[in-house]
Write a protein that binds this ligand. Structure first.
Ligand code: 5CA
Length: 450
């Protein structure tokens, strides 16, 4: 990508409407713009991050045995009347009438629609377990949309739904998703800690929220400090026994203030830290809460019709973008983890008007692109100081500075956004090292080593 032809409307001043860091930087870095209160347009840079997060989720959900679907955003009110949630959901639900006066709504969540699909398609225990997920827009008419994407009205959610023959098997599906979530957040470059949670309007009695610790979080949390260092499940056999991971990650104390019980936390003494967190995911196991009223039944082995046991599993995809920024920034701008950065690296052409150095910059850019690097070239004819400031703001992990002065000495300069450190390398060596790191899938390690 050539930044001279790219749409990156960066802003120098702090926008007055933004109360938290992530909102401020997303506006300033030209990632999003508000269209109406709590509703946003994604600009190219922001959309790149969102898409990368979505793809990490896809990869890991498929590994865990879930299949992707896409339901409609508009739903019929009839299903919600059948489940008994239509009135309960209140003003957060955006209700719409079509030209025939039929009652529709913009989906705030999808338990009813997926259960309707399931009951029409699945009839026998032999077809279980069924695990479906989607990545899709939701609408909740929040009374106070705030903090940009953190609490929007329209937002992107990953929602998954599990269907099992009995309680025991549905808990197994719950563990699958639980483990998958630990891996998903880790891949995004953040640590989200599972905490005992209240179930709210979704219902059920087994539920965990995944919280990213950050001072700006909406929830107060109490968390054992060991969770900050605990190993993420690796080489997971999703058909094996996953309860060991669940036990490990719930063995010590972690709870949001709604669920906090002082006596339970006290056992861990000073190891409990009190801080704030951002809820980036929430998983629920709610048995037959929807399958009974909606009559989602299957034939069991004995030939008897029984309601299926269900769970639902959400990730606030757009909220993750904001959450990552809250967890990773400095006063100059965002510091993206490589896995979700809009570009892994930018070649900064210091003087696009200098034919010789500009050619070197362009050759490096093309070569790295051919080697599958997600690289852009900053070939804009701006002052170099303002280009550097933009790159710091946008938060590209690796910046390769190519200018006539360095080339005279035979080198280009590689800068890590995270540490601010830089190394001078020859044109050949810099490309070799980056290509090697990319091919070994160790770009983040490489960045951290600078
Ligand atoms: N049906 C279940 C799970 S699929 C459900 O809707 N769960 S939820 O209500 O907890 O939402 C799932 C995730 O969406 C939350 O953990 C949160 O990260 C995100 N989320 C919820 N409301 C908003 C909002 N207004 N703006 C941005 N993200 C939100």
């Amino acid at each position: 990508m050539r930044l001279s032809r790219y749409f990156v409307p960066t802003i120098k001043e702090n926008p007055s409407e933004a109360a938290i860091v992530s909102h401020r930087f997303m506006l300033r870095a030209g990632m999003i713009r508000q269209s109406v209160s709590g509703i946003y347009t994604w600009l190219p840079l922001g959309l790149r991050v969102l898409t990368k997060i979505e793809n990490i989720i896809r990869e890991e959900q498929e590994l865990a045995g879930a299949s992707e679907v896409r339901m409609s955003t508009i739903q019929t009110a009839d299903l919600w009347k059948e489940s008994g949630r239509y009135e309960d959901y209140g003003d957060e639900m955006l209700r719409i009438n079509d030209r025939h006066g039929r009652e529709l709504l913009y989906g705030p969540t999808n338990e009813e629609v997926i259960t309707d699909l399931f009951r029409k398609e699945v009839k026998s225990w032999k077809q279980l377990p069924t695990l479906l997920y989607q990545i899709q827009l939701k609408f909740r008419d929040e009374i106070r949309p705030r903090f940009g994407l953190m609490r929007g009205r329209e937002f992107t959610m990953k929602d998954a739904y599990s269907f099992d023959i009995d309680e025991e098997n549905s808990v197994k599906s719950y563990y699958r998703m639980f483990v998958s979530y630990l891996r998903i957040f880790n891949k995004m470059g953040i640590r989200a800690i599972p905490m005992k949670a209240d179930t709210g309007p979704i219902g059920g009695n087994l539920s965990h929220e995944f919280l990213l610790l950050a001072e700006t979080g909406e929830s107060e949390v109490y968390c054992h400090k060991d969770f900050l260092e605990m190993d993420i499940p690796d080489n997971v056999d999703y058909d094996g026994d996953l309860s060991k991971y669940f036990q490990e990650w719930t063995s010590k104390y972690a709870a949001t203030d709604e669920m906090y019980v002082e006596e339970d936390a006290k056992k861990f003494g000073d190891d409990i830290i009190k801080t704030r967190g951002i809820e980036v995911g929430h998983v629920f196991n709610f048995g037959t809460k929807y399958s009974e009223p909606l009559h989602a039944v299957v034939m069991n082995k004995e030939g008897k019709e029984i309601p299926v046991h269900m769970g639902s599993y959400g990730i606030g995809v757009s909220r993750c973008v904001a959450g990552i920024i809250e967890a990773s920034h400095d006063d100059k701008g965002i510091i993206w983890p490589v896995a979700v950065a809009p570009f892994e690296m930018v070649v900064l052409d210091v003087k696009p008007k200098d034919e010789e150095s500009s050619k070197v910059a362009n050759d490096i850019y093309k070569n790295l692109k051919n080697h599958k690097l997600d690289v852009a070239i900053d070939d804009r004819n701006d002052r170099v100081g303002s280009k550097f400031a933009d790159m710091d703001l946008i938060g590209i992990p690796l910046l390769l500075v190519v200018g006539p002065r360095g080339l005279l000495d035979g080198h280009v300069k590689l800068v890590s956004r995270k540490s601010g450190n830089s190394i001078n390398l020859s044109v050949e060596e810099v490309q070799e090292r980056i290509i090697k790191a990319k091919s070994e899938d160790s770009l983040q390690k490489f960045v951290d080593s600078i």
